[in-house]
Design a binder for this molecule. Sequence first.
Ligand code: PMP
Length: 400
Amino acid sequence: VFAGLAQAPEDPILGVTVAFNKDPSPNKVNLGVGAYRTEEGKPLVLNVVRRAEQMLVNDPTRYKEYLPITGLADFNKLSAKLIFGADSPAIQENRVATVQCLSGTGSLRVGGEFLGRHYHERTIYIPQPTWGNHVKVFALSGLTVKTYRYYDPATRGLDLKGFLEDLSSAPTGAIVLLHACAHNPTGVDPTIDEWEQIRQLMRSKSMLPFFDSAYQGFASGNLDKDAQSVRMFVADGGELLMAQSYAKNMGLYGERVGALSIVCGSADVAGRVESQLKLVTRPMISSPPLHGASIVATILKDSEMYHEWTVELKAMADRIISMRQQLFDALKARGTPGDWSHIIKQIGMFTFTGLTSEQVAFMRQEYHIYMTSDGRISMAGLNAKNVNQLADAIHAAVTQ
Ligand code: PMP
C-alpha cells in the first residue's frame, strides 16, 4: 500500500552524519551535530551522571512504575529553580506550571500545541536563522511561523535594528521565540543592554516570550549567567514559556530529558494551565520517561553532586572556548584572508563561520570535513588533532 511513497529528504543536520558515516576516509571529521566530544574525539558521560545512575540502580526501593502525566514532581520543581533562580518571584508565588517533556524538542512541541489550543494569537516569530527544527515543530502545533531579523552577515553579529523593527511591525500579542543563550546556529547573543531593549518592546506590545534554553551553563560555563536573559523577563512580573533541555548541559542527549514551564499571572491560573498541559501530553505520550529525569533530580537536589556537575559543565564549556582560540590562532598563523574574530566572539557550541555552501562542499570533498551547508561548525567536535586540518581546509576554501 505504500509503494507509491516518495523518499523523504534527509534532515539537514542529522543528514550530515549520514554522509559522514559513508565516507571511508580515516581522516574524516564530523563538525555537523551538536554533541560534545572530548579532546580525544569521544562522547562524554559526566562522572556525576554515572554516580547518580549507580545510586539509582543500587536503590532497591526504585521501581519502574509509570510517572504521572506531568512527570517527576521533584524534577519539575528543581528544573524551574535552575532556570528561574531559587529566589524567583514567580516560583515563590507559585505561578509556574512545569511539566516534564521529551528533552528540548518535546518541551517546544508541548508548548506549541498548548498555545495553538489556548492562546489568542496564532503567529510565532522565530529568529532568522534559527535551529531548523523550530519551523517544523511550531507549524505542526498549528501556529503560523514567521521570522524576525536576527543576524547580520556583514558584521557577523546581531542585527538589533532589524530585530526591533520586525517586532515593532508584528501584531500585538504575537508569540516570540527567543534563544535563552548560545543562539543556534549563529553563536550570537544580545548583550544585557540589548536584551533590555527587546524586553521593553515586547512587553509594551504584550508579546508572549517563548524561551528555548538548550545550552544553560554550556555557553559561559556559569548556569546563572546563561539564564540572565530569562530572569529579566521573569523579574518584570510578566508571563512566558520556557523549554528546557538537559541534552547538552548534563550530556543526557539520548535520555530525552527536558521540561516545559509556563510562568503565569497567578497560582490559580498556573493550576489551570497545568491541567490543560496534561490534556496535551496524555494523547501524545501518556507520560514521560523515568530514568533521565531521576538522574537529573538526584544531581540537582544534592548540593555536593550539584557542585560536581557545575565543575564538569564548566570544563566542557572551557574546552569549547579554548578550541575557539586555537582555531582563530591557526587561521591567523596561515594568514587566511578575512576577519575571523567572530570565532572568538561567538559563544556556545557553534561557530557560524560565514563560509558559503560551495566552500562547505569543497571542504567535504577535499578535506573530509563535514558541517551543515550554512557553514555552521560544532566547536565541540574540534580538538588539538583536527584543528589544523580544519584551518588548512578553511584556508584552501577561501583562497581557491
Ligand atoms: N533548541 C535548540 C536551539 C537546539 O539547538 C536544540 C538541540 N540541537 C534543541 C532545542 C533540542 O534538543 P533536544 O531535543 O535534544 O533537547
